[in-house]
Design a protein around this ligand. Structure first.
Ligand SMILES: [Cu+2]
Length: 309
């Protein structure tokens, strides 16, 4: 699998392992924690949930690229809150888009010497995952830009309505020594015009999209890693889910208020036909969940509002 481009554990992984058990477990979320923790406990059972407060914000939740095939990682902060983290800076070439007109988002990831980065690890089938959402959490898009040899990424992008939008670049850099650093950086894009923000929909554990009914079970709570199990039904019963980007589902949670970014991945196989994630939320509040799933080669996104008490 492309996920397995990652080689030996890197320094941050080892550091995570070293601090296990010693530090506060006010964990954010884990990637694939289910492989380490068979139960519904606080997630103290594996190195992936160790929290190192010296980690640069935004890096720890995205260590899924650093361990072979394991998607391990957890962090103390959501990603995407900063344009610069772990020595890498997200540099968009344009940030203004006309409402509803097809455009092109171009950007580079630059290192501390301001050189464009050109070596990225393939994680979940892609070297770059780009999430775009308006600041009222509408208009979600999950895109995969392509990179020119000079390190400039580009992707067609249409921002339908006026307002401030958030773009997240979720990637893993490969350093000259082979070490890998997973980072999610965020930057605002702007669409001039009259902004009509929409209120966040009421919390619900079931929704419909493109003729599918999607629901989940599980009760996320602060400081605990809990399972979240999604079921997708079509008219005739359970929908035949297909792998998309190497997994049966991709879940992004965005926090209301600061748009902190949590990217969670499921267990590698379906569980009773359902997609099972392990989620740890950083604090109480409201989140918008975006579940990408694929049926008959088409990708759909189900959205839920989640309130964490
Ligand atoms: Cu992606």
């Amino acid at each position: 699998m492309p996920d397995q481009v990652s080689a030996a554990p890197d320094r941050s992984t080892l550091r995570l392992a070293l601090v296990v058990g010693g530090l506060v477990l006010s964990v954010l979320l884990g990637f694939g924690l289910g492989r380490l923790n068979a139960g519904t406990t606080t997630g103290a059972g594996g190195p992936s949930v160790a929290v190192d407060h010296t980690d640069p914000p935004g890096t720890a939740p995205h260590n899924h690229g650093t361990v072979t095939g394991n998607d391990q990682g957890a962090g103390v902060e959501p990603g995407g809150l900063s344009v610069s983290s772990a020595g890498y800076t997200l540099a968009p070439l344009t940030t203004e888009f006309p409402a509803g007109r097809p455009g092109q988002l171009r950007f580079q990831v630059r290192d501390v010497q301001r050189r464009p980065v050109t070596r990225f690890a393939v994680v979940h089938d892609k070297p770059m995952h780009l999430i775009v959402v308006r600041r009222d959490l509408t208009g979600y898009q999950h895109l995969h830009p392509s990179m020119a040899s000079d390190g400039t990424w580009s992707v067609p992008l249409t921002l339908t309505e006026a307002g401030a939008w958030r773009a997240y670049a979720d990637f893993t850099v490969v350093a000259d020594n082979g070490g890998q650093t997973a980072v999610t950086l965020g930057v605002d894009l702007v669409v001039p015009g009259g902004y009509q923000p929409r209120p966040l929909p009421e919390p619900a554990t079931s929704t419909t999209v493109d003729g599918f009914t999607v629901g989940y079970q599980g009760e996320p709570q602060v400081g605990a890693t809990v399972p979240l199990t999604f079921r997708v039904d079509a008219a005739g019963g359970a929908a035949p889910l297909e792998r998309y980007l190497g997994a049966y589902g991709h879940l992004v949670a965005l926090r209301e208020g600061d748009l902190g970014y949590l990217h969670v991945h499921p267990e590698p196989e379906l569980v009773d036909g359902q997609v099972k994630f392990w989620l740890t939320v950083p604090g109480s509040g409201r989140y918008r969940l975006f579940l990408d799933f694929r049926v008959k080669t088409e990708v759909h996104t189900a959205e839920f509002t989640l309130t964490v008490p």
